[in-house]
Design a protein around this ligand. Sequence first.
Ligand SMILES: NC(=O)c1ccc[n+]([C@@H]2O[C@H](COP(=O)([O-])OP(=O)(O)OC[C@H]3O[C@@H](n4cnc5c(N)ncnc54)[C@H](OP(=O)(O)O)[C@@H]3O)[C@@H](O)[C@H]2O)c1
Length: 283
Amino acid sequence: MPHSIPTLCGSLAGQPFTFNVKVHNAAYRAIGIDYTFVSFGADDAALAVQAIRTLGIRGMNVTMPHKQAVIAHLDALDETAREIGAVNTIDNRDGYLTGYNTDCTGAVRALEEVTALAGQRIALLGAGGAARAIAWGAKRAGAQVTVFNRTASRGEALARDFDIAFGGVLDDFRPGDFDGVVNATAAGFRAPDVNPLAGRQLQSHLFVMDAAFLPVRTKLVRDATAIGCRVVDGTRMLLHQFCGQIELYTGKPAPLDVMSIALLDEIARVEAGEARQCSTSEA
Ligand SMILES: NC(=O)c1ccc[n+]([C@@H]2O[C@H](COP(=O)([O-])OP(=O)(O)OC[C@H]3O[C@@H](n4cnc5c(N)ncnc54)[C@H](OP(=O)(O)O)[C@@H]3O)[C@@H](O)[C@H]2O)c1
């Protein structure tokens, strides 16, 4: 089978980005394995998958907009990717490409940092790709999931697909009916002053997870922390889904603490760069 020195892993995205590069490479160094991770920006999912085969790329993370488009070009899907209908990880074993979805295991492992999920009543805000992965993973872990979404038809479709409840638009969420709430809307991502919930919708008995990870402490995370909720920020979901990929590509346990430092450093570096750019353009 084709291969490279060092062994190459990567990510396939519309636009390349640095978070997975920094985290994966830090993990490979800590594990002591001769792998290098590169982020590829590419338009054509079919040609990109062909390149995995041609060059013997060991593992490929897949991000927007390619998570569905790669499916037709793989040899197999594991249950997570098949049921969710999206692939975020391609594992290349001797030229046989299997698609996985580690977003769902990432979300479950992140939530399990604050609670066991069996029997928990979870309100899931959002009905996009992240929400699908979280809904499937949380349901599989034994939680009772209810979806709320700005566009009701999209929320209803997700609820139907996974045989879970649809609760209405975000304003219909009543905290007293739930043990926890997970934000998988795009509200709050790169918008530090936006909380998708109104003040009356946060109560201290809830555990709260935000999938948004930029800023690390989103307004939802800050508001929930201030009233004493158990809180999980979006970096934990991201890190745990990276862990799933690293375990597949290397066969070794992922060094979560090292990865967390690499991710938080890179987020701080990106935010500082954006702040500098802002102040230059305002000057
Ligand atoms: N931590 C992680 O590992 C991880 C992984 C993947 C994604 N994410 C994060 O998860 C979030 C969603 O990503 P995605 O890929 O699922 O995006 P997506 O497929 O585009 O879905 C976006 C969702 O957000 C809703 N939405 C957008 N703007 C909103 C607003 N202003 N108010 C209320 N709802 C709004 C949309 O509602 P409509 O249906 O009404 O448009 C939809 O449900 C993003 O913040 C992303 O960064 C995190």
